[in-house]
Write a protein that binds this ligand. Structure first.
Ligand SMILES: Cc1ncc(COP(=O)(O)O)c(C=O)c1O
Length: 400
């Protein structure tokens, strides 16, 4: 029998940004100064008190296996935060800690979705969702939200996509890549559809602390006892505490689901890194000043980036209320030429921008936002100003 590979794995779409990353590396190796507005993580270092807690854990033997679902004191700290910040009452049995929000998201889908079940994804959305749904044998059903509605889908569009196979609606507010923060009305709409049709909700709240200009993050699980019973809240420490490399995320939900996620994780990876978990307790329980300082810095940079973008001709955008991204509509450039190259889509736009203006951005298509690019303001103010200046010049040459 020939050596064949798994259909699920060979069907996974490799990251669309890999090619662009390779070009960035090549140009940098040639000594070119590239400004990256592509970052998906805070540019701040992990706060010192958290690093000290990790050092202490290493020195004092916190280097062994922990419970699969995480240290009890970390799960308790998560329960305390969920209560203080969202009014959600959970016990330790309702919490699982994993290797990043990514792992627990995958496990939540794994625990709920059977072969052929449908998962509704309001789009634009983070590029890993659709792949994860495919990896557990489900079918991603996208519901497009347009910028006219601030990138929040209309509830009748979601309701129309519900079928007897619909198992989950996966929402993400604040959103990557749009920066949209869903209001109470939208969340109520989802909760009502879910209750009416008996569907699970997975709510990815990883950017919960990054909200600006009076916007408020609301967890859908806090809307009603019914919403809480059918929701798996996913979050983590990566973005809020600048801990992306530590790999620490968690899910909170009904004990029945958490138990299955725990069983899966026990065989797949085991506990999240023990040292990171001790550091995580300090992150959640220790002083929060560095988080506030970081969010204030993002708020300033967001204002600066939006100000600079006003000078880029032909592009449009919706002012984001959360996360650290701006989704820019570059459709005015699609179908035009730069030098001799046809800009057939946002990926070609991004490649040309990188090669000729030395600015790296992320194409929108993998986020189901064709003809858009995602800019990140998790970079210094100088880089924002210079990056957008270069971009404005590049776009001007295209549309002239
Ligand atoms: C919307 C969204 N969810 C989840 C994650 C994954 O977070 P983590 O680094 O904790 O796995 C990311 C990371 O970029 C994200 O943008």
């Amino acid at each position: 029998m020939p050596l064949t590979l798994s259909k699920i794995c060979t069907g996974i779409m490799p990251s669309a940004t890999l090619r662009l990353n390779a070009i960035v590396a090549e140009l940098r190796a040639q000594g070119q100064d590239i400004i990256s507005l592509a970052a998906g993580e805070p540019d701040f270092d992990t706060p010192a008190n958290i690093v000290s807690a990790a050092n202490k854990a290493m020195a004092e033997g916190g280097t062994h296996y922990t419970a699969v679902s995480g240290l009890p004191q970390l799960r308790q700290a998560i329960c305390d935060c969920l209560f203080e910040e969202k009014g959600l009452v959970y016990q330790k049995a309702n919490i699982i800690v994993g290797t990043g929000a990514k792992q627990v998201l995958y496990e939540a889908l794994r625990a709920i979705v059977n072969q052929g079940d449908e998962v509704i994804l309001p789009a634009p959305c983070w590029l890993s969702y659709a792949e994860m749904v495919g990896m557990v044998g489900g079918k991603a059903v996208l519901v497009a939200a347009d910028d006219m509605n601030n990138y929040v889908p209309k509830m009748h569009d979601i309701a129309k996509k519900v079928t007897p196979r619909t198992k989950v609606i996966l929402i993400n507010s604040p959103n990557n890549p749009t920066g949209a923060v869903w209001n109470m009305e939208a969340l109520r709409g989802i909760a009502e559809i879910a209750q009416d049709k008996d569907i699970w909700i997975i709510s990815d709240e990883i950017y919960e602390k990054m909200v600006y200009g009076g916007a408020r993050h609301i967890s859908i699980a806090s809307l009603s006892p019914d919403a809480k019973e059918r929701t798996i809240v996913v979050s983590g420490l990566s973005k809020a505490y600048a801990m992306t490399g530590w790999r620490l995320g968690y899910a909170a939900g009904p004990a029945s689901v958490i138990k299955e996620m725990d069983a899966y994780q026990s065989h797949a990876t085991g506990n999240a890194n023990s040292i990171a978990q001790f550091a995580g307790v300090e992150a959640l329980k220790g002083p929060q000043d560095s988080v506030h300082a970081m969010v204030r810095a993002f708020e300033r940079r967001r204002a600066l980036m939006l100000d600079c973008i006003k000078k880029v001709p032909g592009v449009t955008y919706r002012a984001p209320q959360g996360a650290f991204y701006v989704l820019l509509n570059v459709s005015a450039c699609i179908g035009k030429r730069y030098l001799n190259t046809l800009i057939s889509d946002d990926t070609v736009f991004s490649e040309l921008l990188l090669q000729h203006a030395r600015v790296s951005v992320v194409p929108g298509a993998p986020f189901f936002a064709p003809s858009h690019v995602r800019l990140s303001y998790a970079v210094s103010e100088e880089k924002i100003v210079e990056g957008i200046r270069r971009m404005a010049q590049f776009v001007q040459e295209i549309i002239d």
